[in-house]
Ligand binder design. Structure first.
Ligand code: SF4
Length: 121
């Protein structure tokens, strides 16, 4: 199985605490988190993914805040030395996010303006 993951969700999964935009959204996040723990291949995107599919902010396949979300995606990909469309094992991507963004203290530069920011420490 392979999943579509927009790049900035590599950070969201680190800090996910069961909170989200709706009950359907959080249920899907919990299920996706379990699936990703099996270390499947993921395709990294700058656009709607298998998380967005269950989000009320997804309007006809596009996030209502896509300017901001896609900017986060581009910054995560650049920090990790990856491109949109890259196919990679989840845990390899997770390790890049951890080392190059979170441990490097760069997260708030990328997504400090997000409404969930205060949960991500
Ligand atoms: S807010 Fe936007 S980017 Fe985030 S999960 Fe919802 S649709 Fe996707």
């Amino acid at each position: 199985m392979e999943y579509r993951i927009r790049a900035h969700h590599g950070m969201c999964f680190f800090f996910f605490q069961g909170k989200g935009y709706s009950s359907g959204f959080t249920q899907n996040m919990c299920e996706m988190k379990k699936k990703l723990e099996q270390d499947p291949y993921v395709v990294l995107l700058c656009g709607a993914d298998d998380v967005c599919t269950h989000c009320p902010n997804n309007q006809a396949g596009v996030c209502i805040s896509d300017d901001k979300a896609a900017d986060y995606d581009r910054q995560v990909l650049a920090a990790c030395g990856l491109r949109a469309g890259t196919r990679i094992r989840w845990k390899a991507f997770e390790a890049l996010v951890r080392e190059r963004i979170l441990r490097a203290g760069r997260r708030t530069q990328i997504c400090g303006g997000c409404q969930w920011n205060e949960l991500c420490f």
